[in-house]
Design a protein around this ligand. Sequence first.
Ligand SMILES: Nc1ncnc2c1ncn2[C@@H]1O[C@H](COP(=O)(O)OP(=O)(O)OP(=O)(O)O)[C@@H](O)[C@H]1O
Length: 330
Amino acid sequence: MERQTPILEVDHLTVVYETAKGDVIAVRDVSFSLYPNEIMGLIGESGSGKSTMAYAILRMLKGAARVVHGTVRILGKDIYLLSPEELRKFRWSHFSMVFQSAMNALNPVMTVEAQVIDTLKSHRPHLTRLEAKERALELCELVRIDPRYLKSYPHELSGGMRQRIVIAIAIALEPSLVIMDEPTTALDVVVQRSIMDQIRDIQMRVHFSILFISHDFSLVSELATRIAIMYAGQIVEFTDSHSLEDRMSLHHPYTEGLWNAIPKLANRNIVIEGIPGGPPNLLKLPEGCSFHPRCRYKSEICSAQTPELKTYGTYEIACHHVLDKEGHHD
Ligand SMILES: Nc1ncnc2c1ncn2[C@@H]1O[C@H](COP(=O)(O)OP(=O)(O)OP(=O)(O)O)[C@@H](O)[C@H]1O
């Protein structure tokens, strides 16, 4: 299939937190592209650098965090070369975001309708109030919220409804890219499921690309077609979600560990295996492959040489043993 021009291009991105103890390299030389209408998942354990990468892409890093290398292009524009005013115009119109905490994203002293209209009018000043109100109604329909809630304040809505409103605001200006960072994590499982279904439904109706960040592998594998697996600031694998289960032996050992840690309904008696050990200290990564101290397949080369991402069919995997680890399976 011939690929279109990417919506998002991340090229050799490296982000550090400058701390008294030294630079914490939270994102290390990450490159990938996201294409029109594509939903790409980004998963990894807590502390692997997912949120830092999201904030870097959005040019929203704060405090001690710095992009020290690499570029981020959205619709071909290097967003770090935009002036603050250009960035303000570009954000929401071309890319937007949905974070975990809807409560923090919404203004507690404005009605939902005022907030939707505010976003619309600040980027499309020529819209009349009536047109903005009509668009707010349309958006309500899209996220399946009864329009009467437009007159409510955020605290009057449930967590799931608030998150739907945040999604409505994120897509209000028809951006090409929406970055979602754990958008359902704060919600209970039933609401989480309904929001996931809705995200898929909205994306099919209005078409935009999504970078969906989560630590929940099963959630991501249901939504995304392509998945990036992040470990200690690096992408160690790009995989497609269709054949995940069938070909588990042909994945990075970390991917295998994350997958095996998911409770499977069909196999209730199976003991869930976690990944031994914990994430490495980002101030001082292990030599060679940073996953090797936790890896059951490791050999001498793993502590001596950093594996590069290599292509295996539709996958890219950074592991010295991906082809021979099959024989190690119990
Ligand atoms: N302000 C900071 N100063 C120093 N290090 C930080 C700072 N914020 C984050 N880090 C470090 O950067 C690394 C990446 O953090 P990040 O929050 O991006 O990971 P994450 O994968 O999104 O984790 P989570 O799922 O818990 O949000 C972590 O090891 C974290 O300790």
